[in-house]
Design a protein around this ligand. Structure first.
Ligand code: PSU
Ligand code: MN
Length: 307
């Protein structure tokens, strides 16, 4: 049996793929572990709306009912949102066990990329990717997202990496793994809530058509994933210095509570949400919607390139 046998693709996504229409994959760990209920459900619905408004088809991806679901129904979206942290967080290594046991799981960037590739989806929008954690020289905590980006041919539109991570080391590992880091309308690699991280990107593209040309060539060269860094809109952005104190506090709290491994990123996000009085979440939702819009435009441009 091939991996495709575990896919459950919605009729809408299947029809879009069959006719060569633009499709944008969306992850679900951001729903189950990245945001509290009910804002997570509102976000998931709004992001799908943004993609539809651009004329593309959204394909939210999750592991549910023993299937790799591509394009979850409104009902399933609500199940995921309500399940929250009680759902599993599916990284690449967890997939087979979760399918075998029929466990509901949000899919991380790594797992969503794998499933999108299985389904034939080339463009994926999210908020921020996982990366090399601060102190990784001791903890060895490096997200599987970085390895997946190196091997799986899906373009991931994100707002860079959060400074809960070590951004310098994250960019180094991306280079080692052969992942192109493109700036969408920027020369700066963004830091999620902040538009600049102090680091640059490899190449800048100012429109979706340019990115689509690059992706077509990447595909011809049989290369892996591409990271497209799209900064948070100005109106929702924070100064890096304004958020740094909250990040430091959250990291200290994680340390004193002994938080480790896959619980780390969700813990830090929740703690920063609390410390900012919910304001980090408003920005988080704004940047995901902005990424969805750009991803839809890139998917449409890619669909328009005659192959
Ligand atoms: N960053 C966010 N929100 C998220 C995540 C990261 O701002 O929800 C999620 C993504 O699904 C990402 C995962 O792939 O966390 C990375 O987790 P880890 O660091 O355990 O690999
Ligand atoms: Mn980790």
């Amino acid at each position: 049996m091939s991996g495709k046998a575990y896919l459950s693709v919605s009729n809408e996504v299947e029809a879009a793929l069959a006719s060569g229409k633009a499709v944008v994959a969306l992850e679900s760990t951001i729903i189950t572990h990245g945001m509290p209920f009910p804002q997570n459900l509102d976000m998931a619905r709004e992001v799908e709306e943004v993609i539809r408004a651009q004329g593309a088809v959204p394909a939210t991806i999750a592991i549910m009912d023993g299937k790799l679901k591509v394009g979850v129904s409104g009902e399933d979206l609500e199940r995921l949102a309500r399940e929250g942290h009680k759902a599993a967080k599916a990284s690449r290594r967890d997939m087979a066990a979760l399918l075998a046991n029929g466990v509901m799981a949000g899919t991380t960037v790594a797992t969503t990329m794998q499933i999108a590739a299985l389904a034939g989806i080339k463009v994926f929008a999210t908020g921020g990717i996982g990366g090399v954690h601060r102190g990784a020289e001791d903890s060895f905590d490096i997200s599987a997202d970085l390895e997946e980006l190196g091997r799986t041919p899906v373009a991931v539109v994100c707002a860079g990496a959060k400074s809960i991570l070590d951004i310098a080391k994250t960019l180094e590992v991306l280079e080692t793994n052969g992942v192109p880091v493109l700036g969408f309308g920027t020369d700066h690699f963004p830091a999620f809530w902040a538009r600049e991280s102090g680091f640059g990107v490899d190449q800048r593209f100012d429109d979706a058509a340019g990115v689509a040309r690059m992706l077509a060539i990447q595909n011809d060269l049989s290369m892996g994933g591409v990271l497209i860094a799209n900064p948070i809109p100005e109106t929702d952005a924070w100064e890096a210095s304004a958020i740094e104190g909250f990040i430091t506090q959250a990291l200290n709290d994680a340390d004193s509570q002994g938080v480790k491994g896959k619980a780390m990123t969700p813990f830090l996000l929740q703690r920063i949400f609390e410390l900012t009085g919910g304001k980090s979440l408003v920005s988080n939702i704004a940047l995901v919607k902005n990424n969805a819009r750009v991803a839809a435009d890139i998917a449409a441009a890619l669909a328009g390139i005659a192959r």
